[in-house]
Design a protein around this ligand. Structure first.
Ligand code: C2E
Ligand code: CA
Ligand code: CA
Ligand code: CA
Length: 273
Protein backbone atom coordinates (compact mmCIF):
# COMPACT_ATOMS: atom_id res chain seq x y z
CA UNK A 1 0.00 0.00 0.00
CA UNK A 2 0.92 3.63 0.48
CA UNK A 3 3.57 2.85 3.00
CA UNK A 4 5.68 0.68 0.72
CA UNK A 5 5.28 3.25 -2.02
CA UNK A 6 6.45 5.91 0.40
CA UNK A 7 9.62 4.03 1.29
CA UNK A 8 10.52 3.13 -2.26
CA UNK A 9 9.57 6.40 -3.88
CA UNK A 10 12.83 7.42 -5.59
CA UNK A 11 11.98 11.13 -5.21
CA UNK A 12 11.49 10.78 -1.48
CA UNK A 13 14.71 8.86 -1.19
CA UNK A 14 16.59 11.47 -3.20
CA UNK A 15 15.15 14.14 -0.94
CA UNK A 16 16.25 12.29 2.19
CA UNK A 17 19.74 11.72 0.83
CA UNK A 18 20.07 15.36 -0.11
CA UNK A 19 18.94 16.37 3.40
CA UNK A 20 21.48 14.11 5.04
CA UNK A 21 24.17 15.35 2.68
CA UNK A 22 23.36 18.99 3.44
CA UNK A 23 23.41 18.33 7.19
CA UNK A 24 26.76 16.53 6.95
CA UNK A 25 28.31 19.24 4.80
CA UNK A 26 26.85 21.94 7.01
CA UNK A 27 28.39 20.37 10.11
CA UNK A 28 31.77 20.21 8.41
CA UNK A 29 31.54 23.77 7.08
CA UNK A 30 30.66 25.12 10.53
CA UNK A 31 33.59 23.35 12.16
CA UNK A 32 35.97 24.73 9.52
CA UNK A 33 34.26 28.13 9.64
CA UNK A 34 35.32 29.34 6.20
CA UNK A 35 32.41 28.92 3.81
CA UNK A 36 29.92 31.34 5.32
CA UNK A 37 29.51 34.97 4.44
CA UNK A 38 27.08 37.70 5.42
CA UNK A 39 25.44 39.75 2.70
CA UNK A 40 24.02 43.14 3.57
CA UNK A 41 20.77 44.52 2.17
CA UNK A 42 20.35 48.29 2.58
CA UNK A 43 17.40 49.74 4.50
CA UNK A 44 16.36 53.15 3.21
CA UNK A 45 14.18 55.91 4.69
CA UNK A 46 11.80 58.26 2.89
CA UNK A 47 14.59 60.81 2.41
CA UNK A 48 16.60 58.19 0.52
CA UNK A 49 19.15 57.81 3.31
CA UNK A 50 20.62 54.38 4.06
CA UNK A 51 19.80 53.94 7.75
CA UNK A 52 21.05 50.41 8.11
CA UNK A 53 21.10 46.91 6.69
CA UNK A 54 19.81 43.40 7.21
CA UNK A 55 22.46 40.69 7.46
CA UNK A 56 21.58 37.64 5.32
CA UNK A 57 23.75 34.54 5.42
CA UNK A 58 25.23 32.85 2.34
CA UNK A 59 26.99 29.51 2.13
CA UNK A 60 29.77 29.31 -0.45
CA UNK A 61 30.25 25.62 -1.27
CA UNK A 62 33.03 24.24 -3.44
CA UNK A 63 30.82 22.04 -5.61
CA UNK A 64 27.41 23.71 -5.54
CA UNK A 65 28.27 27.42 -5.57
CA UNK A 66 26.34 29.76 -3.29
CA UNK A 67 23.59 27.93 -1.41
CA UNK A 68 20.54 29.95 -0.37
CA UNK A 69 19.55 30.06 3.31
CA UNK A 70 16.15 28.77 2.20
CA UNK A 71 17.91 25.47 1.52
CA UNK A 72 19.80 25.09 4.79
CA UNK A 73 18.38 27.23 7.62
CA UNK A 74 15.50 24.80 8.28
CA UNK A 75 17.96 21.87 8.34
CA UNK A 76 20.26 23.84 10.64
CA UNK A 77 17.32 24.46 12.97
CA UNK A 78 16.17 20.84 13.08
CA UNK A 79 19.69 19.51 13.63
CA UNK A 80 20.66 22.10 16.24
CA UNK A 81 23.45 23.40 13.99
CA UNK A 82 21.71 26.78 14.04
CA UNK A 83 23.25 27.32 17.51
CA UNK A 84 26.91 27.52 16.41
CA UNK A 85 25.86 29.04 13.07
CA UNK A 86 23.69 31.66 14.78
CA UNK A 87 26.59 32.58 17.06
CA UNK A 88 28.83 33.00 14.01
CA UNK A 89 26.22 35.29 12.40
CA UNK A 90 25.89 37.42 15.55
CA UNK A 91 29.66 37.66 16.05
CA UNK A 92 30.27 38.59 12.44
CA UNK A 93 27.44 41.15 12.47
CA UNK A 94 28.71 42.77 15.68
CA UNK A 95 32.27 42.90 14.37
CA UNK A 96 30.92 44.60 11.26
CA UNK A 97 29.06 47.17 13.36
CA UNK A 98 32.32 47.84 15.22
CA UNK A 99 34.12 48.47 11.91
CA UNK A 100 31.34 50.71 10.57
CA UNK A 101 31.45 52.74 13.81
CA UNK A 102 34.97 53.88 12.89
CA UNK A 103 33.94 55.67 9.66
CA UNK A 104 31.78 58.82 9.48
CA UNK A 105 29.89 57.54 6.42
CA UNK A 106 28.80 54.35 8.21
CA UNK A 107 28.80 55.19 11.94
CA UNK A 108 25.01 55.75 12.01
CA UNK A 109 24.12 52.34 10.52
CA UNK A 110 21.99 49.79 12.33
CA UNK A 111 22.29 46.09 11.53
CA UNK A 112 19.34 43.67 11.67
CA UNK A 113 20.11 40.01 12.40
CA UNK A 114 17.67 37.11 11.96
CA UNK A 115 17.20 35.00 15.07
CA UNK A 116 15.63 31.53 14.84
CA UNK A 117 13.29 29.97 17.40
CA UNK A 118 15.80 27.34 18.43
CA UNK A 119 18.42 30.01 19.21
CA UNK A 120 16.07 32.16 21.25
CA UNK A 121 14.85 29.07 23.13
CA UNK A 122 18.10 28.13 24.83
CA UNK A 123 18.48 29.38 28.43
CA UNK A 124 21.85 30.99 27.66
CA UNK A 125 20.45 33.16 24.83
CA UNK A 126 20.56 36.48 26.69
CA UNK A 127 24.02 35.89 28.11
CA UNK A 128 25.22 34.74 24.70
CA UNK A 129 24.07 37.90 22.94
CA UNK A 130 25.39 40.20 25.68
CA UNK A 131 28.80 38.51 25.62
CA UNK A 132 29.07 38.88 21.85
CA UNK A 133 27.97 42.54 22.00
CA UNK A 134 30.42 43.40 24.77
CA UNK A 135 33.33 41.56 23.13
CA UNK A 136 32.74 43.50 19.91
CA UNK A 137 32.57 46.67 21.99
CA UNK A 138 29.67 48.13 19.99
CA UNK A 139 26.80 50.42 20.82
CA UNK A 140 24.03 47.85 21.48
CA UNK A 141 21.45 50.27 20.05
CA UNK A 142 22.83 49.59 16.58
CA UNK A 143 21.95 45.91 16.79
CA UNK A 144 18.41 44.91 15.87
CA UNK A 145 17.20 41.35 16.34
CA UNK A 146 14.53 40.14 13.92
CA UNK A 147 12.09 37.65 15.40
CA UNK A 148 9.14 36.05 13.64
CA UNK A 149 5.63 36.09 15.05
CA UNK A 150 5.77 32.32 15.51
CA UNK A 151 8.81 32.60 17.83
CA UNK A 152 6.97 35.18 19.90
CA UNK A 153 3.79 33.13 20.13
CA UNK A 154 5.51 29.81 20.86
CA UNK A 155 6.73 30.61 24.32
CA UNK A 156 5.44 34.03 25.15
CA UNK A 157 6.51 34.41 28.80
CA UNK A 158 10.05 33.15 28.20
CA UNK A 159 10.39 35.32 25.12
CA UNK A 160 9.19 38.45 26.93
CA UNK A 161 11.67 37.84 29.78
CA UNK A 162 14.56 37.47 27.34
CA UNK A 163 13.54 40.42 25.18
CA UNK A 164 13.15 42.64 28.24
CA UNK A 165 16.64 41.74 29.51
CA UNK A 166 18.23 42.57 26.14
CA UNK A 167 16.10 45.66 25.67
CA UNK A 168 17.36 46.96 29.03
CA UNK A 169 20.85 46.92 27.52
CA UNK A 170 19.73 48.88 24.48
CA UNK A 171 19.28 46.11 21.90
CA UNK A 172 16.40 46.66 19.44
CA UNK A 173 13.73 44.24 18.25
CA UNK A 174 11.78 43.94 15.03
CA UNK A 175 9.03 41.48 14.11
CA UNK A 176 9.89 39.90 10.77
CA UNK A 177 7.31 38.78 8.19
CA UNK A 178 4.69 40.75 10.07
CA UNK A 179 1.10 40.01 9.10
CA UNK A 180 1.67 36.34 8.29
CA UNK A 181 1.05 35.22 11.91
CA UNK A 182 -1.71 35.92 14.36
CA UNK A 183 -0.48 38.80 16.48
CA UNK A 184 -3.18 40.93 18.04
CA UNK A 185 -2.81 44.49 19.22
CA UNK A 186 -3.43 43.26 22.76
CA UNK A 187 -0.49 40.91 22.56
CA UNK A 188 1.88 43.24 20.75
CA UNK A 189 1.39 45.73 23.57
CA UNK A 190 3.15 43.34 25.96
CA UNK A 191 6.30 42.98 23.87
CA UNK A 192 9.24 45.39 24.11
CA UNK A 193 9.38 46.02 20.35
CA UNK A 194 10.88 48.77 18.23
CA UNK A 195 9.78 47.90 14.72
CA UNK A 196 7.28 45.92 12.63
CA UNK A 197 8.50 44.64 9.29
CA UNK A 198 5.64 44.19 6.82
CA UNK A 199 5.99 40.86 5.03
CA UNK A 200 6.86 41.05 1.36
CA UNK A 201 3.80 39.00 0.37
CA UNK A 202 1.62 42.06 1.12
CA UNK A 203 3.85 44.37 -0.90
CA UNK A 204 4.06 42.24 -4.06
CA UNK A 205 0.51 42.99 -5.30
CA UNK A 206 -0.14 46.15 -3.36
CA UNK A 207 -0.78 48.07 -6.60
CA UNK A 208 -3.61 45.77 -7.69
CA UNK A 209 -4.96 44.03 -4.62
CA UNK A 210 -7.24 46.13 -2.39
CA UNK A 211 -7.04 43.45 0.34
CA UNK A 212 -3.28 43.81 0.54
CA UNK A 213 -3.65 47.59 0.68
CA UNK A 214 -6.13 47.23 3.55
CA UNK A 215 -3.78 44.87 5.44
CA UNK A 216 -0.85 47.23 4.97
CA UNK A 217 -2.97 50.15 6.15
CA UNK A 218 -3.96 48.17 9.27
CA UNK A 219 -0.38 47.19 10.06
CA UNK A 220 0.75 50.82 9.78
CA UNK A 221 -2.11 51.92 12.05
CA UNK A 222 -1.12 49.24 14.59
CA UNK A 223 2.49 50.37 14.46
CA UNK A 224 1.51 54.00 14.96
CA UNK A 225 -0.74 53.27 17.91
CA UNK A 226 2.05 51.27 19.56
CA UNK A 227 4.69 53.86 18.71
CA UNK A 228 6.65 51.40 16.61
CA UNK A 229 8.67 52.10 13.52
CA UNK A 230 7.43 50.31 10.43
CA UNK A 231 9.48 49.00 7.51
CA UNK A 232 8.33 47.25 4.34
CA UNK A 233 10.39 44.42 2.84
CA UNK A 234 10.36 43.22 -0.75
CA UNK A 235 9.83 46.69 -2.23
CA UNK A 236 10.57 46.24 -5.92
CA UNK A 237 8.92 49.15 -7.73
CA UNK A 238 8.71 52.92 -7.43
CA UNK A 239 4.91 52.63 -7.41
CA UNK A 240 4.97 50.26 -4.41
CA UNK A 241 7.23 52.64 -2.54
CA UNK A 242 4.96 55.58 -3.36
CA UNK A 243 1.86 53.74 -2.10
CA UNK A 244 3.68 52.84 1.11
CA UNK A 245 4.91 56.39 1.64
CA UNK A 246 1.37 57.74 1.19
CA UNK A 247 0.09 55.32 3.80
CA UNK A 248 2.77 56.42 6.27
CA UNK A 249 5.39 53.68 5.94
CA UNK A 250 8.70 55.53 5.80
CA UNK A 251 11.29 52.75 5.76
CA UNK A 252 11.95 50.32 2.93
CA UNK A 253 14.04 47.35 1.94
CA UNK A 254 13.97 45.62 -1.44
CA UNK A 255 15.33 45.18 -4.93
CA UNK A 256 14.12 48.69 -5.90
CA UNK A 257 17.07 49.94 -3.86
CA UNK A 258 19.42 46.96 -3.85
CA UNK A 259 19.71 43.21 -3.57
CA UNK A 260 21.61 41.89 -0.55
CA UNK A 261 25.28 42.68 -1.26
CA UNK A 262 28.65 41.23 -0.26
CA UNK A 263 30.39 43.59 2.19
CA UNK A 264 32.63 45.29 -0.37
CA UNK A 265 29.71 46.10 -2.62
CA UNK A 266 27.57 47.26 0.28
CA UNK A 267 30.31 49.69 1.31
CA UNK A 268 30.47 50.93 -2.30
CA UNK A 269 26.70 51.36 -2.32
CA UNK A 270 27.03 53.49 0.82
CA UNK A 271 29.54 55.85 -0.77
CA UNK A 272 27.28 56.34 -3.78
CA UNK A 273 24.09 57.01 -1.80
P1 C2E B 1 13.82 37.02 5.50
O1 C2E B 1 14.42 37.30 6.83
O2 C2E B 1 12.36 37.29 5.36
O3 C2E B 1 14.70 37.84 4.46
C1 C2E B 1 14.18 38.45 3.31
C2 C2E B 1 14.44 37.63 2.07
O4 C2E B 1 13.86 38.30 0.95
C3 C2E B 1 15.92 37.48 1.73
O5 C2E B 1 16.10 36.21 1.14
C4 C2E B 1 16.14 38.59 0.70
O6 C2E B 1 17.22 38.35 -0.16
C5 C2E B 1 14.83 38.55 -0.04
N1 C2E B 1 14.51 39.86 -0.65
C6 C2E B 1 14.98 41.07 -0.32
N2 C2E B 1 14.44 42.03 -1.09
C7 C2E B 1 13.60 41.42 -1.95
C8 C2E B 1 12.74 41.89 -3.00
O7 C2E B 1 12.62 43.08 -3.30
N3 C2E B 1 11.99 40.93 -3.65
C9 C2E B 1 12.07 39.61 -3.33
N4 C2E B 1 11.32 38.77 -4.01
N5 C2E B 1 12.88 39.14 -2.34
C10 C2E B 1 13.64 40.03 -1.66
P2 C2E B 1 17.32 35.28 1.53
O8 C2E B 1 18.55 36.11 1.73
O9 C2E B 1 17.36 34.16 0.56
O10 C2E B 1 16.91 34.71 2.95
C11 C2E B 1 15.80 33.86 3.07
C12 C2E B 1 15.44 33.63 4.52
O11 C2E B 1 16.47 32.87 5.18
C13 C2E B 1 15.31 34.89 5.34
O12 C2E B 1 14.04 35.47 5.11
C14 C2E B 1 15.49 34.35 6.74
O13 C2E B 1 14.29 33.81 7.21
C15 C2E B 1 16.51 33.25 6.53
N6 C2E B 1 17.85 33.74 6.88
C16 C2E B 1 18.75 34.41 6.13
N7 C2E B 1 19.88 34.67 6.83
C17 C2E B 1 19.67 34.17 8.07
C18 C2E B 1 20.46 34.11 9.28
O14 C2E B 1 21.59 34.64 9.36
N8 C2E B 1 19.90 33.48 10.35
C19 C2E B 1 18.65 32.93 10.31
N9 C2E B 1 18.16 32.33 11.42
N10 C2E B 1 17.88 32.97 9.21
C20 C2E B 1 18.38 33.57 8.11
CA1 CA C 1 14.49 38.99 8.17
CA1 CA D 1 11.13 38.88 6.26
CA1 CA E 1 10.53 35.56 5.22
Amino acid sequence: GGCALFFYDPDMQAHLISRIRIETELREAISKGKQFELYYQPQINSLGIVTGAEALIRWNTADRGIVSPLEFIAIAEESGLILPLGDWVLETACQQLATWALEPKSAHLTLAVNISARQMGIPAFVENVLTIVSQANINPEKLKLELTESILLENMEDTITKMTALKARGIKFSIDDFGTGYSSLQYLKRLPLDQLKIDQSFIQDIENDPNDRAIVRTIIAMANSLNLEVIAEGVETEKQKELLTNKGCLNYQGYLFSKPLPLKMFNQYLTKH
